[in-house]
Ligand binder design. Structure first.
Ligand code: SF4
Length: 281
């Protein structure tokens, strides 16, 4: 059996920055909260909890000690009005919104000011899209084609698939082109995730099994598993404990991971696969 680990693994810079920030706040000894899960990875959240960090799920659940505590805003960003409200409750709100996500927000805001209707290819309930609605309240967020206005600007959630965004746009053009007078298309997909998408597609074509390591609630991890499944068998696991013995029946296996998966998790999966392979001989 040949096991190949993807080149693009480990945290992206946005996630790394958010984690470095929360670790440095925790080191101050002051109570530190995160607004929602800082990273869509259960192992990482668990280790932050062990260090004392806790999650604030919503504005209705402000902890009693908020006035003495830090609150960290995750890389996905936040509705600015919500952030202002949170600032009134906490000692300090530390915003780790990824600059690439911030750029998406300013892009759609500018297009809105220029009179475009905003259509965003994304998942309605994803935190990044919930935050975006705080910048452009009437933005339409959808994963399936929608009828544009005569003047429409398109953008994408930063972690969506490049190929799926392209299909989404083509379907809209095919169906509604005559209806449109003016259109702007922004490619707001993050290069860190696009790179992984290209790599997973190549690896899926060259291997019999692709193992995608990452949180089940991570949008970009699920996307990699979906892309791989178009070409070969793919499974998504959160840790090496989910590896099955029959995986050794595949002669070429690729191990890939989402941007919120620690490199060490990927290495553990690859190592355990090697062990299973040796045991199976
Ligand atoms: S995936 Fe891209 S946009 Fe999202 S946090 Fe990482 S670097 Fe930022």
């Amino acid at each position: 059996m040949k096991i190949l680990t993807a080149e693009n693994i480990g945290f992206c810079f946005g996630v790394r920055k958010a984690l470095e920030t929360i670790h440095s706040l925790l080191r101050t000894g002051r109570k530190t909260y995160m607004f929602g899960q800082l990273v869509h990875n259960p192992g990482v959240i668990e280790s932050l909890r062990t260090l004392g960090a806790e999650i604030v799920e919503s504005l209705d659940r402000i902890p009693r000690d908020s006035k003495e505590s830090f609150l960290v805003i995750r890389a996905h960003g936040i509705d600015p009005q919500k952030k202002e409200k949170l600032k009134r409750h906490f000692f300090e709100v530390v915003d780790t919104t990824c600059p690439i996500v911030g750029k998406l927000f300013s892009t759609v805001q500018r297009a809105k000011r220029e009179g475009y209707r905003i259509v965003v290819f994304g998942k309605v309930d994803h935190p990044e899209m919930e935050a975006l609605k705080g910048y452009v309240e009437d933005a339409v967020v959808s994963e399936s084609p929608v009828k544009p206005d005569r003047k429409t600007a398109f953008a994408s959630q930063t972690t969506m698939s490049i190929s799926e965004y392209s299909t989404f746009l083509q379907q809209i053009l095919q169906k509604y082109f005559e209806h449109v007078k003016e259109m702007k298309i922004f490619n707001t997909i993050c290069e860190a995730t696009a790179k992984r998408e290209r790599e997973v597609e190549r690896l899926a074509k060259e291997n019999n099994l692709v193992i995608v390591v990452g949180g089940k609630n991570s949008s970009n991890t699920a996307k990699l598993a979906r892309i791989a499944s178009r070409f070969t068998r793919s499974v998504q696991i959160e840790s090496e404990r989910e590896l099955k013995k029959d995986f050794v029946n595949y002669d070429k296996i690729a191990v890939v991971a989402g941007t919120s998966t620690p490199k060490s998790d990927v290495e553990k999966v690859s190592n355990k696969l090697q062990i299973l392979c040796q045991e199976g001989r």
